[in-house]
Design a protein around this ligand. Sequence first.
Ligand code: 13P
Ligand code: ZN
Ligand code: NA
Length: 281
Amino acid sequence: SLVTSEQMLLDAQKGGYAVGAFNVENMEMLKAVVAAAEELRAPVMLQTTPSTVKYGTLETYYAMAAAEAEKATVPVCLHLDHGSSYELVLQAIRAGYTSVMIDGSHLDFESNIALTKRAADAARACNITVEGELGKVGGKEDDLEAEADNNTDPMQAKEFVERTGVHSLAIGIGTAHGFYATTPVLDKERISEVKELVSVPLVLHGASGLSDEDVRECVSRGMCKVNFATELRVAYTDAGKKLLKEHPDTFDPKKLGTVGMEAVKQFVKNRILVCGCDHKA
Ligand code: 13P
Ligand code: ZN
Ligand code: NA
């Protein structure tokens, strides 16, 4: 059955590797991620964003994840990614999610703490793990703005974790969601500085478009969970496009799903190896 992210992230922190957290949009992507984790004996996190749960509903993703986790022999966690409100966090927990993120990173420091603590208190009462975010991960449009002032202040990170009680913390180091127009400037030293002061596992967002070397260095400096979203969506859709180009008469969704699943599985296996979480389950 589904597990929280607590033990897998603490094990990663202790072992100096990161758990891969993969955003899924449908049954095929979800099955592909679990199959990849199973083949490489890796603990794994499946995650869905608010726009994804609006598309498919929390209950549907939960049912699919629970069914796959039941068959799996590796630990599988189902996580709400970028939870946008206290209410959505509660809905996810009620639906059966075993981990949640409350994202107050757009708020000022005190408001972020207030929102995050409220969500963390509720989640803890249900034995569910909580990820908070301090500092900013850039969006698709502002590649040039992901500069130092969006990066997390280590002293503030320490205070944030102590006052909110989060189990893990996403920090800004210059990454952005989506692909990068130009090579991102990552403040990797910042990870070591935050790790020095913060006891909980650290989370890297926006990993699509980062080189294997960049991901490896971020992990070796203390990132214990790495989020991949855009790359999976592209891998899935490109496989379908290729099939339709080669066989324009394709009409069976199973054919499209099968090539998409295979592409996502290969991609996830590569990223699991880069994160170093293979053979840790
Ligand atoms: P990417 O889309 O850049 O992989 O970012 C993933 C992410 O941070 C999901 O929360
Ligand atoms: Zn993110
Ligand atoms: Na990215």
